[in-house]
Structures are given as structure tokens and as C-alpha cells.
Design a binder for this molecule. Structure first.
Ligand SMILES: [Zn+2]
Length: 134
């Protein structure tokens, strides 16, 4: 998967990473659940019951969605990006929209540092090497 530029700029890429991790755990539990159903008599003392596995995989998946919903926020206008995108677009295009996010959909904040940051003056920086000799 590609790195989200806006999430990266606003320092929230780890939240997406944690979401992916939780989804991964959930899918692993789902895989164990399927395996558990297919091999009922195997290792019943080690592998949790089907009910436990189902509950765990559903709740961790729901936890991941909830986490993504509430954790990713615009640092400027403080809106929840997850709920904003969910209400503006349908669930299928949600992750597509989130992955293509380049600025806050509400206030347009692009995550870049505002003026005062030494960046972007590369067009006329050829002979400006601190010529402040008195
Ligand atoms: Zn915003």
C-alpha cells in the first residue's frame, strides 16, 4: 500500500498503521476460526472455541474501524476525518478517499508547515549563501 501524504504530513500515519495491524490481527483470527471449523477435533485445548474466535475477530475488526473513525483528525480544524468522509462518501469509497487525501476535506489544511519554515525558496537560492558580511 502507498503512504498517505496527508496523514504522513500531519504525523498521523501511525494511526493508519495501527489500524492495518488490528485488521491484520482480525484476519488472522478469522483464519484460525475457519481452520478451527474445518478441523474440529484438532488441538481443542489450545485453540479457543469458535464462539470466542468469532467474537474476538468481530470485535477487533470493529475496534479497528472505531479507532480509525475517532483517531484521525485534522490538526487545524479538529474535525474527525473518518466521520467526515463516511458521511460524504459511501463505505466502499471511504478507504479510497482516505488514501488519496491530500488536504483536509473541511478546511483545506494540507499538513505542510505554514510560513516561517525554511522551505520552498529554491528558485532564487543560487547566490544567497548568507551574504550578510558587514
Ligand atoms: Zn481541517
Amino acid at each position: 500500500m502507498n503512504k498517505n501524504p496527508w496523514l504522513y504530513q500531519t504525523g498521523q500515519n501511525w494511526k493508519m498503521g495501527l489500524f492495518n495491524f488490528l485488521i491484520f490481527i482480525s484476519l488472522c483470527l478469522f483464519g484460525i476460526l475457519v481452520w478451527r471449523i474445518n478441523y474440529r477435533e484438532a488441538l481443542t485445548s489450545i485453540i479457543p472455541s469458535q464462539g470466542t474466535l468469532s467474537l474476538a475477530f468481530v470485535s477487533i475488526g470493529a475496534l479497528a474501524i472505531t479507532w480509525l473513525w475517532f483517531s484521525i483528525r485534522c490538526p487545524k480544524c479538529k474535525i474527525s476525518i473518518g466521520s467526515y468522509l463516511m458521511t460524504k462518501s459511501d463505505a466502499l469509497s471511504f478507504f479510497n478517499d482516505l488514501s488519496k487525501l491530500h488536504r483536509c476535506p473541511n478546511c483545506g489544511f494540507d499538513g505542510l508547515k505554514e510560513k516561517g519554515d525554511e522551505k520552498g525558496t529554491d528558485s532564487d537560492g543560487s547566490a544567497q549563501n548568507h551574504t550578510s558580511a558587514p
